[in-house]
Design a protein around this ligand. Structure first.
Ligand code: FAD
Length: 410
C-alpha cells in the first residue's frame, strides 16, 4: 500500500517513520526546506505519547530521544506566581511523573532521520482530490501531482487537507497571542535564580498577561543518562518562556517585530500592566535570536465537531484536526498518538476495509482531540478571564491574599 503524508511536522514524521518501519511505501511532503529550522521551544511527551512513539520508531531513535530529554520527575513541583513574583501555590508532586521534555528541533530531526529518504522537503501542497481512477491525489504548487492508496493530512493548524475534507477551516484563533524565548539559568541574577528554582511555573496578572517559565535541563535532569547519545539543542539548565496576551490589534502588531525590538516591546506590555521588574528578568536576559511570536489556534472541544467528514481514503491527524494551544503541553503528544493509532488500524486492514480502518481511527482521534483541547482551553479561559473588568479586579485584589495564605502555609 502506498501512503502519502502531507506535512512533515511532529505527527506526519511520526506516522512516516512508523509506516516505513512496518514496510509500507510512504512519502512525506513538507514545504520546509530544513527540518531543524523549526521553533526552538520544548515539547512535553507524557507516558502515552512515549509509548506511541516507541511503537513508531526504532529503539535506537527512542534511546537518543530520551538521552536528549529532560525528565519531569527530576524537577521540583511547578509554581504559580502573581505579577509581583509572589508565590501563590504549587502544582502536584512530579516525583512519579513519567513525562519528558525535549527540544522541538531535536524531536523533529530524529523523526526525520527515521523517515529517511521517504521525506521530501521544499514541497508545498496546494490541494487534494481524486485522480481519474478515483484514487486519492495530492497537488503541489510546483511539481507533478502524486496519487496514493491513502492520503493523510498532517499539515498542522491551517491544513489544506482538513479544509478540503471539512469544507472549511477546522480551527479558529483562541484569543491569545504568544511569544517564546530561551534564557540560560546562569544568565539570571542570583535573586531570580533563587526565586525561579529548577522548576516550571506560571504567573498570571490582570488584563490577560501571563508568563509561563518552563525549566529544561537535558544534561542535569537527563531522562536517560547516556551522554554519548545526547543531541539536544539545549545543553544546560535553561528556561524556555512563553509570554501570553489577549489577541488585539496592538498585540498582533508585535508579531511583525524580531529579536531585541520584540523583546523591548514585550517588556513594555508587561510593565504597563504593573509587573515587577525582577519577574521580567527572564525576558530581559533572553537570547534575542530565540524570541518569536505565535498565534494560538484552537479547534472545538466537542468530540463530535472534530473530523466532521465521512471516513474515506483521505484523512488527517494532529493539529490539522484538533489544533491545540500549547497551554496544556499536549498537542504534539496527541499528534504522535494519532499517528500510532492510524498505523495500527491501517496495518490491520486489508483491501476493502481501509475505509473502515480509517473510520475507527477517526473515532479514537475525536476523543483524544477533545480531551487535550478541553485541558488546554481551561488555561486559555483562565487567562482571558483576567482581561474582563471583574476578572482584572479579582486578580488585583485576590492575588495578595493568596500570596499571604501561601506564606502562612510555608
Ligand atoms: C509555543 C508552542 C509551544 C508548544 N509546546 C508544546 C508542548 O510542550 N507539548 C506539546 O505536546 N505540544 C506543544 N505545542 C503544540 C505542538 O507543537 C503541536 O500541537 C504539534 O506540533 C502538532 O503536530 P502536527 O504534526 O499536527 O503539526 P505541526 O507539527 O505543526 O506540523 C505541520 C507541518 O505541516 C507542514 N505544512 C503545512 N502546510 C503545508 C503545505 N501546504 N504543504 C506542505 N507542508 C505543509 C508544516 O511546514 C509543518 O511542518 C506547542 C506549540 C507552540 C506554538
Amino acid at each position: 500500500m502506498r501512503v502519502v503524508v502531507v506535512g512533515g511536522g511532529i505527527g506526519g514524521l511520526a506516522l512516516g517513520a512508523g509506516l516505513r518501519r512496518r514496510g509500507f511505501e510512504v512519502a512525506v511532503f513538507d514545504r520546509d526546506t530544513d527540518v531543524a529550522a523549526t521553533g526552538g521551544y520544548h515539547i512535553t511527551l507524557d507516558k502515552r505519547a512515549q509509548s506511541a512513539l516507541g511503537d513508531l520508531v526504532e529503539p535506537t531513535i527512542m534511546r537518543r530521544l530520551l538521552a536528549s530529554g529532560s525528565a519531569l520527575r527530576l524537577r521540583e513541583r511547578d509554581a504559580f506566581w502573581d505579577r509581583r513574583g509572589r508565590l501563590l501555590g504549587h502544582g502536584p508532586d512530579l516525583g512519579g511523573s513519567g513525562s519528558v521534555d525535549v527540544d522541538r528541533i531535536t524531536l523533529r530531526v530524529l523523526l526525520a532521520e527515521a523517515v529517511g529518504d521517504g521525506l521530501h522537503l521544499g514541497c508545498s501542497v496546494s490541494g487534494v482530490g481524486l485522480d481519474d481512477d478515483g484514487a486519492p491525489r495530492v497537488l503541489f504548487t510546483d511539481r507533478a501531482p502524486v496519487s496514493a492508496d491513502l492520503v493523510v493530512g498532517a499539515d498542522g493548524t491551517h491544513s489544506v487537507v482538513a479544509r478540503h475534507l471539512a469544507g472549511g477551516p477546522t480551527s479558529s484563533p483562541a484569543g491569545i497571542i504568544g511569544f517564546s524565548g530561551r534564557t540560560l539559568l546562569h544568565d539570571l541574577s542570583p535573586g531570580e535564580q533563587r526565586r525561579l528554582r529548577p522548576r516550571s511555573g506560571l504567573a498570571v496578572g490582570p488584563r490577560g498577561a501571563a508568563l509561563y517559565v518552563g525549566f529544561l535541563d537535558p544534561v542535569g535532569n537527563a531522562a536517560l543518562v547516556a551522554p554519548e547519545l545526547r543531541m539536544s539543542v539545549t545543553t544546560g539548565p535553561t528556561y524556555i518562556w512563553g509570554a501570553m496576551f489577549p489577541e488585539s490589534a496592538a498585540t498582533d502588531s508585535l508579531r511583525d517585530l524580531r529579536g531585541g525590538e520584540l523583546k523591548t516591546a514585550l517588556l513594555g506590555r508587561f510593565r504597563e500592566r504593573g509587573w515587577a521588574e525582577h519577574t521580567l528578568e527572564v525576558i530581559t536576559r533572553a537570547d534575542p535570536q530565540s524570541v518569536a511570536g505565535f498565534r494560538f489556534n484552537a479547534a472545538s472541544t466537542r468530540a463530535d465537531d472534530l473530523a466532521p467528514w465521512p471516513a474515506g481514503r483521505i484523512t488527517a491527524l494532529g493539529d490539522a484536526v484538533h489544533a491545540t494551544p500549547p497551554t496544556a503541553g499536549m498537542g504534539a503528544g496527541a499528534a504522535i498518538r494519532d499517528a500510532a493509532s492510524l498505523l495500527e488500524h491501517v496495518g490491520n486492514a486489508t483491501g476493502g476495509t481501509l475505509t473502515d480502518a480509517v473510520g475507527q481511527f477517526e473515532a479514537g482521534m475525536r476523543r483524544r482531540g477533545s480531551e487535550v483541547l478541553t485541558l488546554a482551553m481551561k488555561t486559555v479561559r483562565w487567562i482571558l478571564a483576567t482581561d474582563t473588568t471583574l476578572g482584572a479586579a479579582a486578580t488585583v485584589v485576590g492575588t495578595p491574599i493568596l500570596a499571604a495564605a501561601a506564606r502562612l502555609r510555608r
